[in-house]
Ligand binder design. Sequence first.
Ligand code: C2E
Ligand code: MG
Ligand code: MG
Ligand code: MG
Length: 279
Amino acid sequence: RAKKTPTANYEYFAPEIEEQTTWRLHMIRRLRTEFMARNLELWFQPQVDLSSEAVIGMEGLLRWPDGSGGYISPAEFVPLAEYSGLIVDIGYWVLEESCRRLNELAKMGYPNLRVAVNVSIPQFRDPNFVQSIKQLITHSGIKPGLLELEITESIVMDEPHIVIDALTDLKKFGVTIAIDDFGTGFSSMSYLQKLPLDRLKVDRSFVAEIKPGETAFIAETIVTLGNKLGLITIAEGIEKREQASFMIKLGCDEAQGYLFGRPMPFSSLVEYLAKRKKG
Ligand code: C2E
Ligand code: MG
Ligand code: MG
Ligand code: MG
C-alpha cells in the first residue's frame, strides 16, 4: 500500500506539472524574443528623504509590455528569467540603461540623483559580473556612487563567498549596496556584518503593519538594527501619510512608496522631477 500511493500521486499530478512546464517554456521563449527585440522597459520609482521629502534617487524596475496596453509583472517573469539564465543578459541591459539614464539626468540638471538596480544570483555566478559593471561605469562616465545594487538576503545565503567578494570589490570601486526586502528572508547576522552595505530597505510587509494605535514592533526593530549597523534605512511601500510619520519617529531616513510616486516610465519621471522642483 505504501508503494502504491506515490505512483497514484504521480499519475494524478503529472498532467498538471507537464502543463506548467509547457507554459513556463512558452513564457521563457516569449521573454527571450521580446528582450532581443528590445521591448522590455526600465521604469523608475522615486525615493525620498523622509524628513524633507526631497527626491534623492529612484529604483529601476523592469516592465514587460503585454502588447495590449498592460504589463506582465516582474514578480512573474523575473523568476523565469532567473531559471532560464536570461537574467544575466537582461540584468546587464538594466545596468546599461540605468547608466544611460543617469547621464541624461545629469544633463538635465540632476547630477546627484542615484539609481538602484536589483540584481539576481545568476548574475553573481557570471565570472565577468564585477568586471563588466566596472567597465560599464568607466565607459558611461557616471559617478560610481550614483549606482546602487540591491540584493536580497537569499542571494547572500545562497552564495555567501561569491557575493561578499564581488560586493567588496564593487564597493571599493565606489558602487553602493542595499539589502532589499529586509526581514523577509533569513539572514545570518555574521554575514550581515561582512557585507559592505550602505542601505537597508525595510520590507513593505512591515510598513503595512503600521496602523493607528498599533506598535509595528518589527519595523521598529529593523530600523534600530539598521541604525546600529551604521546603515541608512529606507522604508518600502509607504502608501499613507501616517506610515511616513511613524517611520520618521522610528528614526528611518528615507522612503519609497505610492505616497511619493509609483514606478513610472523615464519620460514621466522627468515631468515628476520638474514639478517637484517648482514646489
Ligand atoms: P522590489 O525590488 O522589492 O521592488 C519593489 C516593489 O514594490 C516593486 O514591484 C514596486 O512597484 C512595489 N511597490 C513600491 N511601492 C509600493 C507601495 O507603496 N505599495 C505597493 N503595494 N507596492 C509598492 P514590481 O515593480 O512589481 O517589482 C517586483 C519585484 O520584481 C521587485 O521587488 C524585484 O524583486 C523584481 N524586479 C524588478 N525589476 C527587476 C530587475 O531589473 N532585476 C531583477 N533581478 N529583479 C527585478
Ligand atoms: Mg528592489
Ligand atoms: Mg524590495
Ligand atoms: Mg519585494
